[in-house]
Design a protein around this ligand. Structure first.
Ligand SMILES: NC(=O)C1=CN([C@@H]2O[C@H](COP(=O)(O)OP(=O)(O)OC[C@H]3O[C@@H](n4cnc5c(N)ncnc54)[C@H](OP(=O)(O)O)[C@@H]3O)[C@@H](O)[C@H]2O)C=CC1
Ligand SMILES: O=C(CO)COP(=O)(O)O
Length: 320
């Protein structure tokens, strides 16, 4: 089966490397000619500069040519997924489109598989998500992820196609749970970073992680997801990684907020837009997501970290 990667960021490049180790020769689509040049001639990707790529990985700016592969890994930031799909002329009928992004689309208030289903209704949507830093996958370190696809046969085919000796994929048909786990953990990671940056301590972080997990499960359940999906790699697993590691951009963004420092605006920080999207979605559905709402307020300058913590501590007492 042929696999291509659309998006030459850190994650897309790492996944191409992973595939190349199993004998695939993946093509990467990049929108930028200089990136294509660097991959094809220097065997390096600008967003993963420490890694040398094998010459079996090639790149092109011709999206319609690259998108002919049977499986397409869509590795662009969440808010760019719709734009990416609209660049492809073909309906991609019967092709497996695997979202490799985490978030909720601001315009549609759906996760990546919803965006795919809307833009390319004849394709088979899936999502690859869970705890992994691109750098770890690129270095072939052991990693376990969730592959979610409503079409059970396609999901099983993808699980086998994308697993490697170091990358172990678990399968589910619960795409809603898988994508909300990956989306909301970034928001909670910003909260945890802000809490540590502000000097609130590890106990406060543990409280945010636990109550954040309750928010993840509550919203996911309201949208029909299974609670056990959230307890898996794509939920609890990714929450644990992202809320505790300074390798996470979302966590580091939160740290900067807590310390009152500036943050590099060129870095992909999915949790900011996701906080806005899930706050809107929660209001529409009548679901209570106080931590996500505070992350939205703080990251858009609506309130301070100190005030947000005070608000969370002063909410009415309730049963766990
Ligand atoms: N990095 C990681 O460790 C992991 C990332 N992810 C997820 O992967 C997704 C991508 O993140 P990551 O690879 O880190 O991001 P990067 O910031 O490394 O790269 C983003 C890539 O997307 C491209 N891009 C941005 N907007 C568009 C657009 N409108 N059309 C086409 N291409 C676009 C960029 O192109 P250009 O260079 O031209 O700007 C760049 O190649 C995110 O949702 C993230 O949560 C998931 C797991 C791990
Ligand atoms: O999704 C990730 C880890 O699973 C990567 O986290 P960041 O996007 O916060 O760097």
């Amino acid at each position: 089966m042929s696999v291509a990667v659309l998006g030459a960021g850190a994650f897309g490049t790492a996944l191409a490397l992973s595939l190349s180790r199993e004998g695939h020769a993946p093509r990467i689509w990049a929108r930028d000619a200089a990136t294509v040049e660097a991959i094809n001639h220097e065997h390096r990707a600008p967003r993963l500069p420490a890694i040398t790529l094998p010459d079996t990985i090639t790149a092109s700016t011709d999206i319609d040519a690259v998108a002919q592969a049977e499986t397409l890994l869509l590795a662009v930031p969440m808010q760019s997924l719709h734009d990416l799909l609209s660049r492809i002329a073909a309906p991609l009928a019967g092709q497996r489109l695997v979202a490799c992004c985490k978030g909720v689309d601001l315009a549609e208030l759906t996760g990546p598989t919803g965006v795919i289903a809307h833009a390319k209704p004849r394709a088979i949507p899936a999502i690859l998500t869970g705890p992994s830093f691109a750098d770890d996958i690129a270095r072939n370190l052991p990693t376990a992820l969730t592959l979610a696809c409503r079409d059970e046969a396609a999901g099983e085919a993808l699980q086998h196609e994308l697993s490697t000796g170091a990358l172990r994929l678990y399968r589910t048909t619960d795409t809603t749970g898988a994508e909300l786990g990956g989306a909301l953990k970034n928001v909670i990671a910003i909260a945890c970073g802000a809490c540590i940056g502000e000097g609130m301590g590890d106990s406060a972080r543990a409280a945010l992680m636990t109550r954040g997990f309750a928010e993840m499960t509550r919203l996911a359940a309201r949208l029909g997801a299974r609670p056990e999906t959230l307890a898996g790699l794509c939920g609890l697993g990714d929450l644990a990684l992202t809320c505790t590691s300074e390798l996470s951009r979302n966590y580091r963004f939160g740290l900067a907020l807590g310390r009152g420092e500036n943050f590099d605006a060129h870095l992909t920080v999915e949790g900011v837009k996701t906080a806005e999207a899930v706050t809107r979605l929660a209001a529409k559905l009548g679901v209570d997501l106080p931590i996500c709402a505070m992350v939205h307020e703080v990251s858009t300058g609506g309130t301070s970290v100190t005030e947000a913590i005070r608000y969370l501590l002063n909410r009415p007492l309730k049963e766990e």
